[in-house]
Ligand binder design. Structure first.
Ligand code: GRG
Length: 278
């Protein structure tokens, strides 16, 4: 299977589900809904939802059960990008090659669009269409908690806080690792974790794919740092960062062994993350 074709097909499916989840632009207050849609449909790669669906597939699960969580992870990711771009954070004018939300609309609207996307993520997680029975419902409720943990103060928001506190200071490697595993890594790791869990995976399968997700999440951030000559790559140097990335890829692929042929897609996605150019 050609991985690029697979990724494009999955992204299309996720975009369709996101379109059905997001409010229509014509709904009042229009400007809020326009800002939410403007940011979500500005060309993201859909990495996190693709991981959710691929992990579900690896455990032989029904994709329908994981699709609401896939959308939720992408909505949370987009809220984080909108807030990250605000003047009080990174103060960026461009995101994905187009105006950031607060530049296209205004700061107040961007702040609220981010808030609304985060809230909508949890509404999406409560969707009942993927639920077949009480056991599915139990898994769905547990997944809400896992995603909240990954997105919140012990996850992405915590990582962002430490990143902010570290600005302009010399930071040590453990702090960089904390930032990487929390700010970016937590959402990616929870993607494979809940994908496997909602797909009906056994505890061993879920834990294994969670470890895979942690390795790939770190790999994703290190590759990003190498491209931008920032964070980990600037602390240890590009050759060392590249070596670490390759070692993470091996560790991630090692975790997939128990899945045999069913782990092939996840292995190809990990290769793609290492070799990506944007
Ligand atoms: C403001 C609460 C809050 C959190 C912000 C994730 C994050 C925390 C900030 C993003 C900053 C950043 C550019 C990190 C580098 C790695 C990264 C997460 C890149 C963006 O993710 P992609 O490549 O983006 O998946 P697309 O555009 O494809 O969706």
């Amino acid at each position: 299977m050609n991985i690029e074709i697979y990724l494009a097909k999955q992204a299309k499916k996720i975009n369709k589900a996101l379109d059905g989840t997001l409010p229509k632009e014509s709904e009042w207050p229009q400007v809020l809904h326009q800002a939410m849609r403007y940011s979500v449909f500005s060309g993201g790669k859909r990495v996190r939802p693709i991981f959710v669906l691929a992990a579900c597939e690896a455990v032989g699960g029904n994709e329908k059960k994981a699709l609401p969580a896939a959308c939720a992870l992408e909505l949370i990711h987009n809220y984080s990008l909108i807030h990250d771009d605000l003047p009080c954070m990174d103060d960026d004018d461009l995101r994905r090659g187009q105006k950031t939300c607060h530049k296209q609309f205004n700061e107040e609207t961007a702040l609220l669009a981010g808030d609304a996307l985060l809230t909508l993520a949890f509404k999406a997680l409560s969707a009942s269409d993927g639920v077949g029975n009480v056991k599915d419902l139990e898994r769905q409720i547990t997944a809400v908690g896992l995603i909240a943990d990954a997105a919140g103060h012990r996850g992405m928001v915590g990582g962002q806080m430490v990143d902010l506190e570290s600005q302009g200071k010399e930071i040590n490697l453990p702090t960089i690792e904390y930032i990487n595993t929390h700010k970016t890594g937590a959402l990616i790791a929870v993607s494979t974790r809940v994908g496997a869990y909602l797909g009906g995976g056994t505890p061993r399968q879920v834990e294994t794919l969670y470890r895979y997700g942690k390795y790939v999440g770190l790999l994703f951030q290190i590759v990003d740092d190498i491209m931008d000559r920032e964070g980990y790559a600037s602390a240890v140097g590009v050759p060392e960062a590249r070596k670490e990335a390759e070692s993470l890829l091996l560790k991630a692929n090692h975790e997939l062994k128990i899945f045999g042929a069913k782990g092939k897609v996840l292995s190809q996605i990990a290769d793609f993350v290492l070799n990506r150019r944007h």
